[in-house]
Write a protein that binds this ligand. Structure first.
Ligand code: SAM
Length: 286
């Protein structure tokens, strides 16, 4: 059965009594060319371990099992489990986990399945929780090599945005602190069933083996970044003073900005990553 053929996919899903859930972000990929582009971008071989989030009907999962060493997939929707078990029954390198990815302890799961070896995350993500999922992996400290992801086009723009641009925000900084983002391709709504209302983008985040930035206190840095971008129309000084995430001292911030040769009235969105790191190192916050 060809899962990328709309009529065959929908007939098969119907035979299981499955109905698509909007709440779970269920838009299944039905485009062979995009499928091939995802696999090519992910750059996997028989030596690779792959973790997929939200396998859906198993379209991408089948390709992953055919190319990778071990594949584990985490799917929240109980009604997809029998469908996935049937679709992937011929593969002995596949483990299906019926859970919410946000509830999964990534460290424990990947230790169990991949024995702590590096792994790649490959997923056509449910758009309602894209950022929490990406942040969970970036912050996990696990051996993630890369993340090849289908995301909403606007989210990909935020991940790759340059300082000062309208899309530059906390997500741009959080991604670039740990990974090199690269846009792979744009994906129009007709490549999915049912069609989403938005355009999508495949993006690859290659996690740095040797991060170009050295960060002394990641927690403090991310609190500063979050504070600045949650009140981005304010000056940096005012956004830090009004932040619910931290307590800062006005004079200390002004001194830090002066020493960094930055204008006291600068907005935080003008700072690049190195400047955020330097500012964080200069401030003592609670
Ligand atoms: N991979 C399939 C494809 O490309 O056709 C389906 C992708 S669909 C955009 C997103 C998938 O994520 C759905 O199967 C949905 O049930 C699943 N999902 C949604 N929320 C989830 C969560 N919190 N944890 C795990 N899976 C989730």
């Amino acid at each position: 059965m060809k899962l990328t053929k709309k009529s065959e996919l929908t007939a098969m899903l119907k035979s299981y009594g499955f109905s698509f859930s909007k709440t779970l972000g269920q838009n299944f990929l039905i485009d062979d060319k995009i499928l091939k582009k995802i696999i090519a971008a992910a750059d996997i071989s028989r030596k690779s371990n792959v973790l997929e989030i939200g396998p859906g009907a198993g379209t991408l999962t089948k390709e992953l099992c055919a190319s990778a060493g071990k594949v584990a997939a985490v799917e929240i929707d109980n009604s997809l489990i029998p469908i996935l078990e049937a679709a992937l029954s011929s593969f002995d390198n596949f483990t299906l986990i019926n859970r919410d990815i946000m509830e999964v302890d990534i460290e424990t799961l990947t230790q169990e399945i991949f024995k702590g070896a590096p792994f790649s995350v490959i997923a056509n993500l449910p758009y309602y929780i894209t950022t929490p999922i990406v942040m969970k992996f970036l912050e996990s400290g696990c051996a993630v090599r890369s993340m090849t992801l289908m995301v909403q086009k606007e989210v990909a723009a935020r991940m790759t945005a340059a300082p000062g641009s309208k899309d530059y925000g906390a997500l741009s900084v959080a991604v670039r602190l740990r990974a090199e983002p690269k846009i792979i391709c744009t994906v129009p709504p007709h490549c999915f069933v049912p069609q989403p209302k938005v355009t999508s983008t495949v993006i690859k985040l290659s996690i740095y083996e040797d991060p170009p930035y050295s960060v002394n206190d990641m927690d403090k840095l991310l609190k500063i970044v979050k504070s600045v971008f949650s009140q981005r129309r304010k000056t940096l000084v005012n956004s830090l003073l009004g932040s619910p995430y931290l307590k800062a001292d006005k004079q200390q911030i002004i001194t830090a900005l002066n020493e960094m040769q930055l204008d006291e009235r600068i907005r935080g969105e003008k700072l690049d990553i190195r400047q955020f790191i330097e500012l964080s190192d200069r401030l003592s916050i609670l």
